[in-house]
Ligand binder design. Structure first.
Ligand code: S3P
Length: 170
């Protein structure tokens, strides 16, 4: 079984992946952590020193490599499905699940947790809300190509995990 979690920054992909891996015995993979391990630099350092395009190429390469493994749950970065044909590659090789939240929910979840997220680290208040709104509008068509979608609002992590297990028969 290969499960790939997709969704905007702050949608809980890493936390859900961790708990799901513990529950199911699947290996936990996190694309950002794998890139950081490989380069010895944080994602913020890579993007600020070499630029976002360079990061997207590394991300694609790492995605290809991770998808060749077996029996894992992979937490992607918020941008992973939105570049090249990454989402099609993901869907050919795994069951993908979009953890969906609306703009206001994402704003609430991100406003105090953005320091390690270079794309939004410097934004505050209305500026942050506006950015999330536009960015999510651009990205939603990619996320929505995921095999399944789970609406996160109003649900506990445990409920979300149980739904993923039902959908994937894990
Ligand atoms: C990004 C999201 C981040 C990380 C990078 C770019 C994005 O991952 O990959 O900062 O483009 O949305 P998270 O979704 O885990 O924050």
């Amino acid at each position: 079984m290969k499960i790939v979690l997709t969704g905007y920054m702050g949608s809980g992909k890493s936390t859900i992946a961790q708990r799901l891996a513990l529950d199911t015995g699947l290996q936990l993979l996190d694309i950002d952590k794998e890139i950081e391990k490989h380069t010895g630099e944080t994602i913020s350092e890579i993007i600020s020193s070499k630029g976002e395009l360079y990061f997207r190429k590394m991300e694609r390469q790492k995605l290809e490599e991770l998808l060749t493994r077996e029996n894992f749950v992979l937490s992607t970065g918020g941008g992973t499905p939105c570049y090249y044909d990454n989402i099609d590659l993901i869907n050919r090789q795994s069951v993908s699940i979009y953890l969906r939240y609306g703009v206001k929910e994402l704003f609430e979840r991100l406003k105090n947790d953005k320091q390690n997220r270079p794309l939004i680290a410097r934004l505050e208040g209305d500026g942050l809300m506006e950015f999330i709104g536009k960015h999510l509008f651009e990205r939603a068509p990619f996320y929505e190509k995921s095999t399944f979608m789970i609406a996160g609002a109003g649900h506990t992590e445990t409920e979300i995990i149980n739904e993923i297990k039902d959908l994937t028969n894990e």
